[in-house]
Design a protein around this ligand. Structure first.
Ligand code: NAD
Length: 485
């Protein structure tokens, strides 16, 4: 049934079949999980060319970008899971408490069951595979619904996944709103959604009907604060590569806007212009290193941001566009009105407004006056400012003196906070996103404390109160069978 378009009836049938597979216990076996993960790693190696081609068709991504940001990252997520799985699945022994003495206690990670993964178009390979790796590592059966906005990658999944992994436990459903709606009507044990907040709300509402937990990997306006105490050449390169080197800014943690001081803005702008010209030449629309905009809808959304009244005259670099190629040149804007759409909505494209403040510390209040971003960046050599940034700015993740790179550390959770999302994944966090941490306490038949049982005489109550207050004498007395009455 892989890759089949579904309606509510077919979706129900599919979920029913998957639930039976889950109940058979097959996916819980360590060997099954390892075999699937190994096959995914093999798929990535063997089908690299086809994956590259699909990404080129869907997004016009430069090959090296597809390799760096999708293929190699999916491969390392898989290799990491393969290396760590034995450790992740081990029950975690924890201490016993006085009140449960004598006993042993552990936390057992168990798969949640039948999970749904809905992914987005901008990194269509990675954003589908990385959660799926987590779901499989944790021992679930799963349905993957790739984005219809990246149709080549979606149909590649529908074709390849059944060739490589256990088709009876992992399904691919292709399609857009009707298919996703049909899927969302079903009862899932977890829904993992990547995309915009508007659909995030639809997903959460559907999940609430069944009390299904969700991970929502959403977006937001990720700010970059640039202090004057920086290595400006390095900062400009790292901002530019995180913005235009990531799918032309169509990345959830691409810098959305810059905040700097009024007195430093000119120096920063000059440095960004020099960097951009070095990276993409005098005519960036012809550069092979810039992705195009995904489709006409997004192209016209972005150009209308630029054409808004009181915004278009704030363009200080770039602004050129080519509708045929769906390309927009890297564009800098200085001091756009704070109530313009470009400063209200997530940009998700190659436009970078720069906002100025009197003091760099004023940036924190500006950021905190908006909804919580998925990422926030600070460039500074000032350690005190760095500390204030970490203490005062709430975002999914923070990165100091670079952009985007924090997502490449599998020991860090990746996810949003507030309107930028809920839950996280990457590395062990992907395994945990699809696991239930089951508390297991085990006791023998000894260690009977009479005081536990009615009737609660004053002497028993005294022992119980002592016990609950951590009094060791009370514990000894309780274990010795006191009160003797
Ligand atoms: P999209 O259009 O591909 O939509 C995402 C998924 O939602 C798709 O699978 C689509 O079929 C489904 N969908 C769309 N409309 C629906 C509806 N009405 N009902 C049910 N399902 C529906 O992607 P998008 O939303 O344009 O993605 C861009 C957004 O995603 C940005 O906000 C970006 O910041 C965010 N994003 C976040 C992350 C992250 O990891 N946090 C990663 C990538 C993108």
């Amino acid at each position: 049934m892989a890759g089949e378009r579904v309606d509510a009836e077919k979706a129900a049938e599919m979920v029913g079949g998957l639930r039976r597979m889950f109940e058979s216990g097959r996916t819980k076996e360590y060997e099954w999980r390892m075999a699937q993960l190994k096959s995914i790693a093999r798929l990535i190696d063997e089908k690299e060319k086809e994956i590259m081609e699909a990404l080129r068709e869907d997004l016009g991504k430069p090959e090296i970008e597809s390799y760096l940001h999708e293929i190699s990252m999916a491969k390392s997520a898989c290799t990491f899971a393969l290396k760590q799985l034995k450790i992740w699945i081990k029950p975690e022994k924890v201490r016993s408490s006085v009140t449960t003495y004598p006993s042993t206690a552990e936390i057992v990670s168990e798969p949640l069951g039948v999970v749904l993964i809905i992914s987005a178009w901008n990194y269509p390979f990675l954003l589908s595979l990385e959660p799926l790796i987590g779901a499989i590592a944790a021992g679930n059966v799963a349905v993957l619904k790739p984005s219809e906005v990246a149709p080549s990658t979606s149909s590649l999944f529908a074709k390849l996944l059944p060739e490589y992994i256990d088709e009876s436990c992992i399904k691919v459903v292709e399609g857009g709103i009707p298919e996703t709606t049909a899927l969302l009507e079903q009862k899932w044990d977890k829904i993992f959604y990547t995309g915009n907040g508007k659909v995030g709300r639809i997903v959460m509402t559907a999940a609430a009907k069944h009390l299904t937990p969700v991970v929502l990997e959403l977006g937001g306006k990720s700010p970059v604060i640039v202090d004057s105490n920086v290595d400006l050449k390095v900062a400009a390169k790292r901002i530019a590569v995180g913005k235009w080197g990531c799918n032309s800014g169509q990345a959830c943690i691409a810098p959305d806007y810059i905040i700097t001081t009024k007195s430093f803005a000119k120096e920063l702008v000059d440095s960004l212009k020099i960097t951009l010209e070095r990276f993409y030449g005098k005519d960036p629309l012809e550069s092979k290193d810039l992705s195009r905009i995904v489709n006409y809808n997004h192209f016209s959304r972005l150009t209308s941001l630029l054409d808004e009244k009181y915004v278009s005259d704030k363009i200080i670099y770039g602004g050129k566009r080519d509708e045929k190629q769906l390309k927009i040149a890297p564009t800098l804007l200085l001091d756009v009105p704070h109530d313009s759409v470009i400063m209200k909505d997530e940009i998700f494209g190659p436009l970078l407004p720069i906002i100025t403040v009197d003091k760099v510390e004023d940036s924190f209040a500006f950021i905190n006056s908006k909804t919580k971003p998925l990422a926030a960046y600070l460039f500074t050599k000032n350690k005190k400012l760095e500390e204030q940034f970490v203490k005062n700015v709430s975002a999914g993740g923070l990165l100091i003196n670079d952009t985007v790179l924090h997502l490449a550390n599998p020991y860090l959770p990746f996810g949003g906070v507030g309107e930028s999302g809920t839950g996280s994944y990457h590395g062990k966090f992907s395994f945990e996103a699809f696991s239930h941490k089951k508390a297991v306490l085990s006791r023998g038949f000894g260690g009977e404390a009479k005081a536990r049982y009615p009737p609660y005489t004053p002497a028993k109550q005294k022992i119980l109160r002592g016990l609950l207050n951590g009094n060791i004498m009370a514990l000894i007395l309780a274990l010795l069978g006191w009160p003797r009455e």
